[in-house]
Design a protein around this ligand. Structure first.
Ligand SMILES: [Fe+2]
Length: 336
């Protein structure tokens, strides 16, 4: 699958051939030239939710086709977690079927450099009563996701262009049928050291569960059940500590998240906290259909907000640490 040529690709090729001034003179529409590599284009695709219902495969392939048709092509695709669906509750056989389809789709549709964060739906078997996992399996828990995404550790960092990228592992066990957003001590100490060692580089942090987000105040609203509008699986629960660390590292410019399927761009002192909606929209349903369903079968429907429409985030990262970002709707509608 070949990429269409970006402005930068064109400039690079023309520059190598010494042709840029000539073409500029004959009126080819080009932006003011920027040095190759000065702008890093990143696509953030989160919450894909591979499933065999609701025409999901066609929706995923359609989204990649949409991405490949953009005039400005990404240098890097960040996958923000929940690439699979209901991993904690399903059998290993079901997990392998979803992983196989995801691998095939990536091979067919995604010719870009990729990096992955683990989402709660990518973790196999934690809800043992439903998954029938013993916990001793080689691919139990996060090891399934790490194997699928080619990760040696569930968190890591790397550099591209002028930028430093940090991928966090934000999902942690909280009992036999629960998880929560959290950064454990070992990961926090690693993060502290990693940021200290990369002070001079503008930094983007990728996390599945948001560190900070406002829509969580209504996203999982179920006061009948919990007496609260805020659930511990909706945010990184020790976010005060994480935000304090970010405030001591002003090179951290962007914190990208997914998880709750809202588009949000939260600006305040410190990094922008951006939630990138979901490739699946509302789990491959229309937002209206999802909002009308009860959270669990047999329960009364609790008023729920409409989630964001299906899409993905495009970011342009500049060498000076500035950036622009926009949510690109893929046009996929979901089932009613
Ligand atoms: Fe999700």
């Amino acid at each position: 699958m070949s990429r269409s040529l970006s402005r930068r690709d064109i400039l690079k090729g023309l520059g190598a051939a010494g042709l840029t001034p000539l073409l500029s003179k004959v009126g080819v529409a080009l932006d003011p030239p920027t040095p190759f590599g000065a702008t890093l284009r990143v696509a953030h695709l989160t919450d894909i939710h591979v499933m065999f219902e609701r025409n999901a495969e066609a929706g995923i392939r359609s989204t990649f086709a949409h991405l490949r048709a953009l005039p400005e092509q990404p240098d890097l695709v960040l996958f923000g977690g929940d690439m699979l669906h209901r991993g904690m509750s399903v059998s290993l056989e079901e997990m392998n079927k979803m992983a196989s389809l995801f691998r095939t789709i990536l091979k067919d549709e995604c010719p870009y450099e990729k990096a992955f964060a683990i989402g709660n739906h990518d973790i196999w078997g934690w809800f043992k009563g439903m998954s029938k996992a013993s916990g001793d399996e080689a691919l139990y828990g996060k090891r399934f996701a790490m194997d699928l995404f080619g990760m040696e550790k569930p968190y890591r960092s790397f550099d591209r262009g002028s930028w430093h990228f940090v991928i966090l592992d934000s999902v942690h066990e909280a009992g036999p049928t629960a998880y929560r957003g959290f950064l454990d001590d070992a990961q926090f100490e690693w993060l502290e050291g990693d940021l200290a060692a990369n002070k001079a580089k503008p930094t983007l942090v990728l996390t599945h569960i948001p560190v900070l987000q406002a829509c969580v105040l209504i996203a999982d609203a179920n006061p009948v059940e919990t007496g609260t509008h805020l659930n511990p699986h909706s945010l990184v629960t020790n976010n005060f500590r994480v935000c304090d660390l970010f405030s001591r590292n002003p090179q951290v410019k962007v914190v990208l998240s997914g998880h709750i399927h809202f588009v949000e761009d939260l600006r305040m002192p410190g990094p922008a906290h951006i939630c990138s909606g979901a490739v699946s929209g509302t789990w491959w349903q229309t937002p209206q259909a999802a909002a009308a369903r009860p959270r669990r079968e047999g329960e009364p429907a609790v008023p729920r907000p409409l989630r964001s429409t299906a899409g993905y985030q495009m970011l342009e990262l500049e060498a000076d640490g500035s950036f622009t970002t926009r949510y690109v709707e893929s046009g996929w509608k979901g089932v009613a």
